[in-house]
Design a protein around this ligand. Structure first.
Ligand code: PLP
Length: 413
């Protein structure tokens, strides 16, 4: 019988909450998921000490969480950095960088070829706080030198750039940044620490959109920054206050994914290289952008600072947007999708999607032609990817032939 409207006499609600709690997971083989907001304290004094920072330990998951910390220290080890801080997304990480290291009157010098939203974060949002963003050509050292001055606090680049795979000379740009007291930030999302460890080339801060190759399965959003202990402390202060925290669940997924990062990166690179050579031979292709090709204008620089070239390439199809769209629509296996680093191969038409909001002039400056197609190579058998791409070329050829025939039929009337 019920003792009151909301309590059953024969059911021990307190026991449901407190009996036989498991707190020791030290022998589990897969890292445990600490899906918790809060932490317990052995005494009131310990609580006070943890809050004040006198004693290490967790206080609240917005600040620290054991699963997120496991992910952070794994990434720090892979990037050969002292420490790391994880965030809710790659853009969350960029936002934290700005709040940690900039103040009114400072400027950011940034490659024009970084991810478009990074450009917007700096030029639209940071500008409101009196921070100037100066954009330069990734490959032109004279432009970097001219733009960086005593008010520059952050120098930002992504190498290789996406989608046209330009390379920044990280050693040289870091020397220019350090000469003026600025920090060099390198977005290493595309190559991952498997192929590229920018700290060794002079980067102070390395940033990732961790939902790309680090997850590798298109499931989770997260961002992570690596660097010196003191720079990471500055970032953690921002995290604690502004709350752009990484979900423990996403960190747990990412921890598992990192175990297979090398295997996946080597596989997509092998397929990407084979496809880049094959695309180069296609009649309808006027250019292939992949730093693994000896004819890439910065192949030597890429080889001098990278251990590999990754799984993303782009190419230009003859016939502009109409041909690019026909080609994309004929694919059956490769997905029409704008993500990077998933298990499955995917293509994007940058001019009408990721870069569609840019002016024609800005697109031209970024090298985004109407015929440019980005291919992010997945883990399928490379022969199957090639067969799908061949099907798409056949479809464009067929259409051209049909148009040619109908035109001549019209002419001959
Ligand atoms: C190279 C690069 N950096 C940063 C970002 C932003 O990361 P997120 O989408 O996790 O906010 C992206 C997103 O696509 C990216 O491709």
């Amino acid at each position: 019988m019920q003792s009151s409207a909301i309590e059953l006499e024969c059911f021990d609600a307190t026991s449901a909450l407190h009996s036989n709690r498991v707190s020791d997971l030290s022998d589990v083989f897969c890292e445990p998921l600490a899906m918790t907001s809060a932490y317990t304290f052995a005494s009131a004094e310990e609580a006070a000490q943890r809050f004040s920072g006198q004693r290490p330990g967790n206080v609240y998951t917005r600040f620290t969480n054991p699963t997120v910390q496991a992910f952070e220290s794994r990434v720090a080890a892979l990037e050969q950095a002292e420490s790391a801080v994880a965030f809710a997304s790659g853009m969350g990480a960029f936002t934290a960088l700005c709040h940690a290291f900039l103040q009114q009157g400072d400027n950011i010098v940034c490659s024009r070829d970084v991810f478009g939203t990074t450009v917007n974060a700096f030029s639209l949002y940071m500008a409101r706080f009196g921070i100037e963003a100066r954009f330069v050509d990734l490959t032109d050292l004279a432009q970097w030198q001219q733009a960086i001055d005593g008010k520059t606090r952050l120098v930002v680049l992504e190498s290789p750039s996406n989608p046209v795979l330009k390379i920044g000379d990280i050693r040289a740009i870091s020397a220019l940044a350090h000469a003026k007291g600025a920090l060099l930030v390198v977005d290493n999302t595309l190559l991952t620490p498997v192929f590229h460890r920018p700290h060794g080339l002079g980067a102070d801060l390395v940033i990732h959109s961790a939902g790309k190759y680090m997850d590798g399965q298109g499931r989770a959003l997260a961002g992570v920054v690596t660097g010196s202990r003191s720079n990471m402390e500055a970032l953690r202060g921002v995290l604690r206050t502004l709350g752009i925290s990484c979900s423990p669940f996403n960190a747990w997924l990412l921890l598992k994914s990192l175990e297979t990062l090398e295997v996946r990166m080597l596989r997509v690179q092998q397929s990407a290289l084979e496809l880049a050579h094959w695309l180069n031979e296609q009649q309808l292709v006027s250019a292939v952008h992949y730093t693994g090709l000896a004819e890439h204008p910065q192949h030597a620089l890429a080889c001098s600072q990278q251990d590999g070239h990754g799984g993303l390439l782009s190419f230009e199809i003859v016939g502009g947007q109409a041909a690019a769209w026909q080609w994309i629509d004929a694919l059956r296996c490769v997905a029409r999708c704008t993500n990077i680093g998933d298990t499955r191969s995917m293509v994007t038409h940058p001019a009408s999607t990721t870069h569609g909001r840019l002016s024609a002039d800005a697109r031209r400056q970024a090298g985004i032609t109407d015929g440019l197609i980005r291919l992010c190579v997945g883990l399928e058998r490379v022969a199957d990817i090639k067969a799908d791409l061949q099907r798409a070329f056949d479809a464009v050829h067929l259409q051209r032939t049909a148009q040619g025939l109908s035109r001549s039929a019209l002419v001959n009337g």
